[in-house]
Design a protein. Structure first.
Length: 132
């Protein structure tokens, strides 16, 4: 019985996906994917599953995510799932399909929020000054 564990990252969210032989069950933080409240999270995680096709019916995917917000967690999870599926099936053609669809499916997006600076509300906004 083959088991693959892959990681995905987005901002401060870190996801770990375990892919193994099974009945097609997908769990996100111990919940069935269908039970996840936010439809955007469900849609993000299903993207690599749709691209993989019917092959995923014979595997179980367990996703654990820590840190970050809900969209960062969803994008980290989809990266981990895509990597896990490709490594489980050892399919280079599937990897190319993922990369053509969206590069972030397979490669971590390490962009971070710029920290706030002195003199304004945020990283770039500054207080206006008047000379008259």
């Amino acid at each position: 019985m083959k088991t693959i564990v892959e990681n995905g990252k987005r901002k401060t969210a870190v996801a770990k996906a375990t892919v193994k032989e099974g009945k097609g069950i997908i769990r996100f933080n111990s919940m069935l994917l269908e039970a996840v409240q936010n439809p955007f999270i469900r849609a993000k995680i299903r993207e690599p599953l749709k691209l993989a096709g019917d092959r995923i019916n014979g595997i179980d995917i367990y996703i654990k995510v820590n840190g970050g917000g809900y969209m960062g967690q969803a994008e980290a999870a989809r990266t981990a799932v895509a990597r896990g599926i490709v490594n489980y099936f050892e399919d280079e053609e599937l990897k190319q399909r993922f990369l053509e669809y969206d590069r972030a499916l397979f490669i971590d997006d390490m962009r971070q929020k710029e920290p706030k600076h002195y003199g304004g509300q945020g990283a770039r906004a500054k207080r206006q000054k008047s000379y008259r």
